[in-house]
Design a protein around this ligand. Structure first.
Ligand code: ZN
Length: 237
């Protein structure tokens, strides 16, 4: 059997396998082809990409003006309610669909590779989930995104070094100032020497007020000679 025949045989075998072990798109539930991962091609082409990575003073960076000094900041997707990105992130956070987090992280990272400002990263630091939430959910959704990004960017993922100290109550109905006072002291770095001199990418799932990211960034900026950038998977539309 030559190489071409081998490839065709493998394709049939993989498609045959999907008959017995079907996989579904995390957004539209359509059957995935063997070459599709977590999200079908139709939904991928409709993802509301923001394409702001190389834009200095973009909307995400403006959010942190006067709050913390960042090398660059960006977000991958707009997240209109009940749109594709909203469904995918809901699956990631509330339905145990870690694969979709890794897939979106990888897609995001492919775009960052083309960015002069954000392609060179040494360490990816996911925003830590509070231990109580981690216990309930079983995983940190930001770790999934970070894993997908790390492989493409050739960076390592730093888990458990940036640490969250205590539970802060639900922040959803609070203003920015009270949120900030609620989160500013809850992050600290266990072993700062491991991150000294590194180009760090802090990764979160969704940016709203930016208070949590700001608090993480303030803790990371205390480390010697770091270059700190921020990447969020989505911003609410
Ligand atoms: Zn789909």
């Amino acid at each position: 059997m030559n190489v071409g025949e081998n490839f065709i045989a493998m394709s049939y075998a993989t498609d045959f396998g999907t008959l017995f072990f079907p996989r579904y798109c995390s957004s539209c539930n359509r059957n995935l082809m063997h070459y599709e991962k977590a999200v079908c091609m139709h939904c991928l082409s409709d993802l509301p990409r923001l394409r702001m990575h190389d834009e200095c003073n973009n909307a995400v960076e403006k959010l942190f003006w006067g709050r913390v000094d960042l090398h660059a900041a960006t977000a991958y997707l707009s997240m209109p309610r009940n749109g594709i990105s909203h469904r995918l992130i809901h699956r990631l956070k509330y339905h145990g669909d870690q694969e979709v987090g890794e897939r979106l992280g990888a897609l995001f990272a492919h775009e960052l590779l083309d960015s002069d400002r954000m392609s060179k990263i040494d360490v990816i630091v996911p925003v830590p989930l509070h231990p109580k939430k981690l216990h309930v959910r079983g995983y940190n959704q930001c770790d999934c995104i970070a894993r997908g990004m790390a492989e493409i960017l050739g960076a390592e993922v730093s888990l458990n070094n940036l640490t969250r100290t205590h539970f802060n109550a639900s922040q959803t109905r609070r203003g920015r100032i009270s949120r900030w006072s609620n989160v500013k002291d809850i992050f600290w770095v266990r072993e700062p020497e491991k991150l000294e001199g590194k180009r760090i990418l802090l990764v979160d799932d969704v940016i709203t007020t930016g208070a949590t990211i700001e608090a993480c960034a303030v803790a990371l900026r205390k480390i010697k000679d770091v270059q700190l950038s921020v990447a969020a998977l989505a911003v609410p539309a």
